[in-house]
Write a protein that binds this ligand. Structure first.
Ligand code: MIC
Ligand code: SF4
Length: 640
C-alpha cells in the first residue's frame, strides 16, 4: 500500500475503498479558524450536537484579528465560550496562524485532520492526512460523523537530490504548480517520497504540502520518518511519532520525478499561483512592497533566513517591508536568536502573528503597486488593492528584494547564503492555548454579540425549476470572487449582511437582482466556466448565494471543496455534458424543467425558453449527496 491508502483504510467507516467511489472516514482531529469557525460552531449548535467526539479539536483565532468595529472581537468571545462549553482547545488571538501552530503543537503522523480552511493540508508535512472542508462538514466530524470524500487517485512525487543554496521549498511547490496547474486535479492526493525527502525538514515539507491547495488536490502527504521524529522530539512531543512509509511495491496512478538539485528560484506572477516564471526572468523588476509570512512561509527557519539576510542592512527607500511570523513560538525564538532585532533594525514593519496581509485585512499595496509576497495566493484584488500586481516567492528572494528595492538574483549580491539548521529543541510556550476544563464543559454560557445571527435555513429543492440565468461568469472563478474577504470578512457571522457582497467585484448588482427574483418566486442560476470555486474553503460562497435564492450552478467543472459546500447548502452543482452549450447561454435566459425528480437520474435535462433548446447537464452525485441536495442541504437532511 502507499501511505495514503494506509491512513485512509485505517480510518474507513463507510463505503468500499474503490478509486473514484465515495468513502466515509473517521476524523481524529479538527481545526477551525475564526473566519470560518463562527459559522461552523453555529451549525454545530443548529445540528443539536452536544459534545465533541474527536480525539482533539482546536479553535484558532488568526484571521480577523484586526478589530475595526465590534464584530470581530464579539466573534472571538463567541468562539472562546463555545470552546469552553464543548471541550475544544482555544488558541487565542496573537498565538499564531492555525496551520503553523497546529504543525508545531498538535499535528500527528498517521492521524486524520479536517479543517475549515483550505490550507489544512499543511499538516501533510508531518504525515497527517489533513483535508480542508467547509465549516458544516467540520461541525459534523466534530460531532463524530464521517467525513465523505472520493477514494483518491494517488500521484507519487519522487524527490531526488537536495536543494541548492537560495532554492527553497517554496520553489519546489511552484515547480509542482508549473507541472500540474491550478485546475483539473480534483480527486488527487499527492504523496511525496524518494531519497530527496530526507533532505527536507518538517517545516519545509509543510510549505510544499500547504500549496497543494493551489493545485486543487485533496491533500498532499509526506512520509513520517527520522526527520519527523526529530521535529516532534524538538517540540517535546516524541510520543506523537509513528513511522509511516509506503510499501516497496506500492502502486501509484502517476509518478512525477523531481530532482531537487535542479530547482531554480521561481515566482508565481499575477494573478494566479499557476502563472510561473523564473526569478531570473523577473530580475530588475522594481518592487513597492514585500510581505513575509502567512501559513506558507512563516516558520522559524524561514524567519531566521530573512533575519540573516537583513542583518546590518537597511531596506531600500522605495520598499515597505512587512513581516508576520507564523506563531509566538517563532517570535520568541527569533527574538532569542537575534533575527527579530535584525529585521527591526533593517526597517521591517513587524506585524501580528496572524493571516493579516495574506487575506487583504490590512497592508494593502498602493494602487498598481508591485507586491512580493511569501504567501500562497495572488488572486486579483485579494491584497485589498484591485490593480495591485502580486508575485509569490520564497522568503530568500523576498528578503533580497527588500534590501535592493527590486528583484535581485542572489549571485549578483555579496550576501552569503544563511544556512539554518533545525533547532534541537523548540521553545515551548502554550500559555495562549486554553485547554478544555471539565468544570466548564456543558456549563459555560455562550456569548453572542449582535452581529452573530443564526445559520440561514433553506427550503427543500423545488420539484420544478423556474429559473433565470442571473449571472454568467468565466473560468477559474475563486471563492474570493464569489464572497470577497478583506474588509468584508467581519460579516461572516451575519449571512444576510455578508450576502450583500456576493460577486461584489464582478457585478455588484447581483445580490439585489437575485433577492428580487427570490421574492418573485424565480430561482437564480449561476453559469460558469472551468474550475468554479477555486481557493478558499469558505462555505459562505455557497451559503450566501443560497440565502439569495440560488438553486443551481452550471459550470464546465468544479473544485472539490466548493462543490461539496454547494451540496451542503442545497445548491445543485451541474456540469455541461457538452461544454459548447455554455456559449449559447446568456444572462437573463429563462431555464425551466423538472428539478428534484431528475436528480437521481445522474443527468438533468433543462430547457432554455429563449432558444427553446434543451441543455443536458451531468449531476454525478452519490446517493447520500442526492438526498442532501434534495432536502435543501445538510442541515435539513440531518435535523429532519
Ligand atoms: C484563505 O486563505 O483564503 C482563507 C481566508 O484562509 C480561507 C478561509 C476563509 O475564507 O476564511 C481558506 O483558505 O479556506
Ligand atoms: Fe491565513 Fe493566508 Fe493561510 Fe489563508 S492562506 S490561512 S489567510 S495565512
Amino acid at each position: 500500500m502507499n501511505i495514503v491508502e494506509k491512513v485512509l483504510k485505517n480510518h474507513l467507516k463507510k463505503g468500499e475503498y474503490v478509486k473514484g467511489k465515495e468513502i466515509g472516514i473517521r476524523i481524529d482531529q479538527t481545526l477551525t479558524q475564526d473566519a470560518t469557525g463562527t459559522m461552523a460552531y453555529l451549525q454545530f449548535e443548529a445540528l443539536g450536537l452536544k459534545e465533541i467526539k474527536t480525539d482533539l479539536s482546536v479553535s484558532y483565532v488568526d484571521h480577523n484579528t484586526v478589530q475595526v468595529g465590534f464584530e470581530n472581537n464579539d466573534d472571538h468571545l463567541y468562539l472562546k465560550t463555545i470552546a469552553e462549553r464543548y471541550g475544544i482547545f482555544y488558541s487565542r488571538a496573537g498565538n499564531g496562524i492555525c496551520h503553523q501552530v497546529h504543525l508545531e503543537r498538535f499535528g500527528k503522523p498517521g492521524a486524520t485532520l479536517l479543517g475549515s480552511d483550505s490550507h489544512t493540508p499543511t499538516g501533510g508535512g508531518i504525515g497527517q492526512i489533513a483535508i480542508g472542508a467547509g465549516g458544516l462538514d467540520v461541525a459534523v466530524s466534530m460531532g463524530g460523523g464521517n467525513f465523505y470524500l472520493t477514494a483518491p487517485k494517488v500521484y507519487k512525487i519522487n524527490l531526488t537530490g537536495a536543494l541548492k543554496p537560495w532554492s527553497s521549498a517554496k520553489d519546489v511547490v511552484l515547480e509542482m504548480l508549473k507541472l500540474l496547474g491550478t485546475k483539473g486535479n480534483v480527486g488527487v492526493i499527492l504523496e511525496y517520497g524518494g531519497e530527496g525527502v530526507k533532505s527536507l525538514s518538517v517545516p519545509q515539507r509543510a510549505v510544499i504540502a500547504n500549496m497543494g491547495a493551489e493545485m486543487g488536490v485533496t491533500t498532499s502527504i509526506f512520509p513520517s520518518d527520522e526527520i519527523t521524529k526529530q521535529f516532534l522530539t524538538a517540540q517535546k512531543r516524541a510520543r506523537d511519532w509513528t513511522e509511516l512509509t509506503a510499501d516497496k511495491d506500492a502502486h501509484y496512478d502517476r509518478i512525477i520525478d523531481i530532482d531537487l538539485s535542479k530547482i531554480e528560484p521561481l515566482a508565481a506572477t499575477p494573478h494566479s499561483p499557476g502563472n510561473i516564471k523564473t526569478v531570473k526572468e523577473l530580475e530588475g523588476m522594481a518592487v513597492d512592497q514585500v510581505c513575509i509570512g502567512s501559513c506558507t512561509n512563516s516558520s522559524y527557519r524561514d524567519m531566521m533566513i530573512v533575519g540573516n539576510i537583513l542583518k546590518g542592512k537597511t531596506i531600500a527607500e522605495n520598499v515597505s517591508l512587512g513581516i508576520a511570523p507564523g506563531s509566538r513560538q517563532v517570535i520568541e525564538m527569533i527574538d532569542r536568536d537575534g533575527a527579530l532585532g535584525s529585521m527591526i533594525a533593517a526597517g521591517a514593519r513587524f506585524m501580528e502573528s496572524a493571516c493579516g496581509f495574506c487575506i487583504g485585512n490590512h497592508f494593502s499595496p498602493k494602487s498598481g503597486g508591485v507586491s512580493l509576497r511569501t504567501s500562497n495566493r495572488n488572486f486579483e484584488g485579494r491584497s485589498g488593492t484591485k490593480d495591485a500586481q502580486v508575485y509569490l516567492v520564497s522568503p530568500e528572494i523576498a528578503a533580497l528584494a527588500a534590501v535592493y528595492g527590486k528583484i535581485t538574483l542572489p549571485e549578483k549580491t555579496n550576501i552569503s547564503y544563511p544556512h539554518i539548521s533545525e533547532p534541537e529543541e523548540f521553545l515551548i510556550d502554550d500559555n495562549m492555548i486554553i485547554k478544555p476544563d471539565v468544570k466548564k464543559i456543558g456549563n459555560t454560557e455562550i456569548s453572542r454579540g449582535p452581529n452573530i445571527g443564526k445559520p440561514p435555513v433553506n427550503e427543500a429543492m423545488p420539484a420544478r425549476l423556474n429559473g433565470e440565468l442571473t449571472i454568467k461568469v468565466g473560468d477559474k472563478i475563486t471563492t474570493d470572487h464569489i464572497m470577497p474577504a478583506g474588509s468584508r470578512l467581519k460579516y461572516r457571522s451575519n449571512v444576510p449582511k455578508y450576502a450583500e457582497f456576493v460577486f461584489e467585484n464582478l457585478d455588484n448588482t447581483f445580490p439585489a437582482r437575485a433577492l428580487k427574483n427570490k421574492n418573485d418566486g424565480v430561482h437564480n442560476i449561476i453559469v460558469a466556466g472551468e474550475s468554479y470555486g477555486q481557493g478558499s474553503s469558505r462555505e459562505h460562497a455557497a451559503m450566501c448565494p443560497m440565502y439569495l435564492g440560488v438553486k443551481a450552478v452550471i459550470a464546465k467543472s468544479f473544485e472539490r471543496i466548493h462543490a461539496a459546500n454547494l451540496i451542503n447548502f442545497g445548491i445543485l452543482p451541474l456540469v455541461f455534458e457538452n461544454a459548447a452549450d455554455c456559449d449559447a447561454l446568456e444572462q437573463g435566459d429563462k431555464i425551466t424543467g423538472d428539478f428534484a425528480s431528475q436528480v437521481p437520474l445522474g443527468k438533468i435535462v433543462l430547457t432554455n425558453e429563449r432558444t427553446d433548446k434543451k441543455i443536458s447537464l451531468l449531476c454525478e452525485l452519490s446517493k447520500r449527496q442526492q438526498e442532501i441536495v434534495v432536502a435543501g442541504g445538510l442541515l435539513n437532511y440531518t435535523v429532519k
